[in-house]
Design a protein around this ligand. Structure first.
Ligand code: ADP
Ligand code: MG
Length: 706
């Protein structure tokens, strides 16, 4: 495409109807800055709004479209103020609850108002409820048209409603050209399709513009699981291109790194020996082997780029510590980055305990450290006094200047995209040498995928757990037997055990997830009045979170109600029971991560997967994998095999890497083609590498121009 021609990326959002500065700002939070970005903001899934359900037929856990009259509307004061409306149709009544609402909204839902609404039915305080349904007020419901195709559901940000976003994406689509006659007019703009035609033809790929349109506007007869099942040809087209862009990016990075020079650290050093002698245990065979691989890398002249995989509890931290000691012995600094403050603090506690006796200065930096404390740590880092710096992504802000950084360790727990990680190296380079990188991940990657997807990282696997662990006993129980589960909690607490209750993601919105946890906590308090209960979720301040975790750790709290935030690195050996609510919503890898929080002490531990019945056949099969095995790699392989129709979550949550469209598990069948195509492009079409990478990785590619 000629650069002088108008492009979709040059059309400002404000050109769309209803987009003013406020909405523009919200969209920017989703990295949407122009019409082209909107087109690449793809739905997570679809919903069926082609028919109306009756209230009487609605079941807990189902997503329904209802219509009727509001007969009561009032503000209720509980733990959290909410607007509560009662909706009736000819068959019955149901509650609608809004935690965020304006006065205008309350007025618009006055008794007598007729509405059509859509949402997930849940068990409420008194009967069935829908939280924050999408709704539309109408004076004449009978004449309101129904959708004639599936409705796309998009990832949101706080304060942006689904209907609003859908509306502007539909507007954006009117600008988009394509290969079909009705879309091939002069007024339409097309996205450049970079793929060589011969390649698209031989792989039978959809044209790019048509592919995008198809995903946003599925045809009338498309099945509900069209996205999750991976049979949408538009989606495959985009997933292919995205995987290709990532692959090209990795290849380029790997090629670059082979020409770079890293500091070389002696293999033998006295710090490592003292450290090993101070540990109350011996390294497992697997830890030993993996350590040797790393020690070897660190003694070489080109920068290490190694992925360290190991199941939860396999002892990756000790291996990382040995790598750090090798760098410190050689007079270099080490940065250890964790994805959350909670996990970083845990590392700080461990490393301080291990390293201070060896005379090593351990420092701490997070976004929360301000003023004098910050100035102090920054100075000691720049002067080289601080030898190991632990923290969150704050470690790589521009103002953080290292004296002599030799090794970067990233404990990623699958929160960082590969490419963000890779770009860190550039930010970190303060001298002519490039630091080594060790990336730890607790999400086991199925071997079949690791071969393709991570082909350009060196890979070390700890495939053995330290001795003396008892596998967690897992039970799958229907939510209809919730009372018995609550009874189990009472018994466990009576025996001085501690318990986690995990509430899983219920919507695209984190706000709602946290609210669900609050409601659950409230219910459990009523049912278990003698038990000391705490609550932790992602919207609490870091300090509050750390406080709650501390109380749980030292036994003041017996039961901790949590959202999936506890997935990350929490270590409370006395916790021996975990209840995971609606486990069918999560990927197996994530469930395995969560479950790894129990079974850390000597007691026999239990995990209860409290599913919402009825559970689909596929759901049953998936959960039974959790019952059969405690082996993360086995679980990951099974997940790959079984994941198919019925997967509720979109690509963001699946954990392996962060993609917009692709999902390595679902799209595993594309990986071989992607590998071959990337070789073809590297050798024959190098000019499209940059535009492809830019399109899919955009700002995350500081290193592209190395
Ligand atoms: P993860 O791989 O999940 O990060 P950690 O490094 O946190 O695991 O280790 C989990 C626990 O196992 C820690 O309490 C650690 O001290 C302990 N541990 C690590 N290696 C061994 C070993 N070889 N023998 C016994 N315990 C070990
Ligand atoms: Mg860990």
């Amino acid at each position: 495409m000629n650069k002088a021609e108008p492009q979709l990326s040059q059309i400002p959002l404000t050109q769309l109807r209803g987009v003013g500065p406020a909405l523009q700002k919200k969209l920017q939070q989703l990295s949407i800055n122009n019409v082209q970005d909107l087109l690449f903001h793809l739905p997570l899934r679809y919903e069926d709004r082609t028919r109306i359900n009756t209230i009487a037929s609605a079941r807990v856990g189902e997503t329904v479209q209802l219509q009727g009259e509001v007969i009561n509307s009032s503000i209720q004061f509980g733990r959290r103020r909410s607007l509560h409306c009662t909706l009736v149709d000819d068959s019955g009544f149901i509650s609608l609850r809004f935690f965020h609402f304006s006065a205008a909204q309350k007025n618009s839902l006055a008794p007598g108002t007729k509405i059509r609404c859509y949402g997930e039915v849940r068990r409420g305080r008194n009967g069935m409820e829908i939280y924050h349904p999408e709704y539309r007020v109408s004076t004449d419901l009978e004449d309101e048209p129904l959708s004639d195709s599936l409705t796309a559901i998009y990832p949101l940000t706080e304060g942006l409603q689904q209907a609003r976003l859908r509306n502007i994406i539909q507007q954006a689509l009117t600008y988009l050209g394509g290969s079909t006659p009705e879309n091939d007019s002069d007024k339409k703009l097309s996205l450049p399709d970079y793929l060589p035609e011969s390649l698209s033809t031989s792989l039978g790929l959809y044209e790019l513009n048509d592919a995008i349109r198809l995903i946003h506007k599925p045809p009338i007869d498309a099945p509900l699981d069209w996205l999750s099942a991976g049979v949408n040809p538009g989606q495959s087209r985009l997933a292919f291109e995205e995987l290709l862009a990532h692959r090209l990016c990795m290849r380029r990075f790997k090629n670059d790194s082979e020409t770079q020079i890293a500091p070389q650290f002696e293999k033998k050093n006295s710090l490592s020996a003292s450290f090993l002698a101070s540990l109350p245990f011996k390294l497992t065979g697997a830890q030993q082997r993996v350590s040797n691989e790393i020690i070897d890398d660190l003694s070489r002249v080109c920068p290490m780029l190694r992925l360290l995989q190991g199941d939860v509890g396999s002892g990756k931290t000790v291996v990382a510590a040995l790598a750090a000691l090798q760098a410190v012995s050689a007079g270099y600094q080490v940065a250890l980055m964790a994805p959350t403050e909670l996990l970083a603090e845990q590392h700080l506690a461990n490393f301080t305990q291990w390293f201070e006796p060896l005379g090593i200065q351990v420092g701490w930096l997070s976004g929360k450290i301000k003023g004098k404390a910050r100035a102090q740590i920054l100075a000691s880092l720049q002067e080289g006094e601080c030898q190991l710096l632990i923290g969150t992504h704050a470690l790589f802000q521009d103002e953080v200047i290292y004296h002599k950084l030799g090794l970067i360790i990233i404990d990623e727990q699958h929160r960082f995209g590969v490419h963000q990680r890779l770009s860190l190296r550039e930010k970190a380079g303060t001298h002519k040498l490039n630091p080594h990188q060790l990336v730890m991940t607790a999400t086991p990657i199925p071997r079949t995928l690791a071969m393709s997807a991570y082909a350009d990282l060196d890979n070390s696997i700890i495939d053995e757990l330290p001795p003396g662990r008892t596998p967690v006993n897992t039970a799958i129980i229907s939510s209809e037997r919730r009372d018995q589960v609550v009874e189990r909690i009472a018994q466990a607490c009576a025996q001085n055990s501690q318990v986690y209750w995990v509430c899983t993601l219920i919507e695209e919105s984190e706000v709602l997830q946290c609210q669900a946890a609050e409601v659950t906590e409230e219910q459990l308090r009523k049912l278990l009045p003698n038990i000391r209960i705490g609550l932790i979720h992602g919207r609490m301040k870091p300090k509050e979170k750390v406080g709650v975790m501390q109380s749980f750790k030292n036994g003041e709290l017996q039961l901790l109600v949590a959202t999936t935030v506890i997935e990350v690195g929490v270590d409370v050996p006395n916790a021996s029971l975990m209840v995971i609510e609606n486990p069918e919503r999560l990927g197996l890898a994530q469930l395995h991560q969560l479950r790894g929080r129990v079974g850390r002490g000597s007691k026999q531990s239990h995990c209860i997967l409290l599913y919402q019945s009825p559970l689909s056949k596929a759901g049953q099969q998936r959960l039974s994998v959790m019952r059969e095995s405690n082996d993360g790699f086995y679980i990951a392989e099974k997940d790959l095999e079984l994941r198919g129709p019925g997967q509720v979550l979109g690509t963001q949550q699946t954990g392996l890497m962060s993609f917009k469209v692709a999902d390595i598990t679902r799209d595993a069948n594309l990986l071989d083609q992607v590998r071959d195509a990337s070789e073809l492009i590297l050798s024959q079409h190098p000019d499209i590498i940059d535009p492809l990478i830019w399109r899919w990785l955009g700002d995350n590619t500081d290193y592209v121009n190395v």
